[in-house]
Design a protein around this ligand. Structure first.
Ligand SMILES: [Zn+2]
Ligand SMILES: [Zn+2]
Length: 205
């Protein structure tokens, strides 16, 4: 068993507001000594394959995923290549994600406008909450950590990078074998720790 360093929240040019190509993030991960990253574009999955190809070349793990814009706010689904409908109630997206075998992470629950908020988080009965988001203020991150502890959820961190230089601003340490299935299992079992290095200016997407 190793401890892997993984940035679990990344936006590429396949997101409406992402500015770096999928392969740029994989190269940045390699350069910064990360074991892997999750591609979580806004309502898009087109960048996954490109990232995986570069990942295979460089020996960087790529976890497929998506950040879905639900009616109430953003939900990340890891371990999926499926496109879930946006502007759909969060509970329905979560049910669809479960049926598809995806692993749900409540992203930045307390961020204004795009966080699902406390009440919805409770209603989704989550197993994993992102407690450090690299584009979310200190207070909202702290509240996310408090909520995760209250609900006995596993905790993750992700940079929410919209440019490859932001990769690793926040990340997750996971005690796992280096493959996607084992990593997602380790996350669900709480064998993870969130790390915050730096917060970039807010984004509103
Ligand atoms: Zn988001
Ligand atoms: Zn995001």
């Amino acid at each position: 068993m190793e401890t892997l360093r993984l940035d679990l929240h990344i936006h590429t040019t396949y997101s409406i507001d992402g500015r770096s190509k999928p392969e740029d993030y994989v190269r940045a991960a390699k350069a910064k000594g990360f074991d892997g990253l999750a591609i979580t574009d806004h309502d898009a999955v087109g960048g996954i394959k490109r990232a995986e190809e570069e990942g295979d070349r460089l020996g960087v793990l790529v976890i497929p995923g998506i950040e879905v814009s639900t009616v109430q706010g953003h939900i990340i689904v890891l371990g999926t290549r499926e496109l879930f409908p946006s502007r759909t109630p969060a509970i329905e997206v979560v049910e669809m994600a479960k049926s598809a075998g995806g692993t749900m992470v409540v992203a930045h629950p307390y961020r204004s406008y795009t966080g699902v908020g406390e009440e919805v988080t409770f209603s989704l009965d989550p197993r994993i909450i992102e407690i450090y988001n690299g584009h979310t203020g200190e207070r909202a991150n702290r509240m996310a950590g408090d909520l995760a502890r209250k609900l006995s959820c596993s905790m993750t961190g992700g940079s929410d990078a919209h440019h490859s230089r932001e990769l690793g601003n926040a990340y997750t340490q996971v005690d796992s074998e280096p493959d996607v299935e084992n990593i997602l299992d380790a996350l669900l079992r709480g064998r993870s720790r969130a790390v915050l290095e730096e917060v970039a200016p807010p984004v509103f997407e």
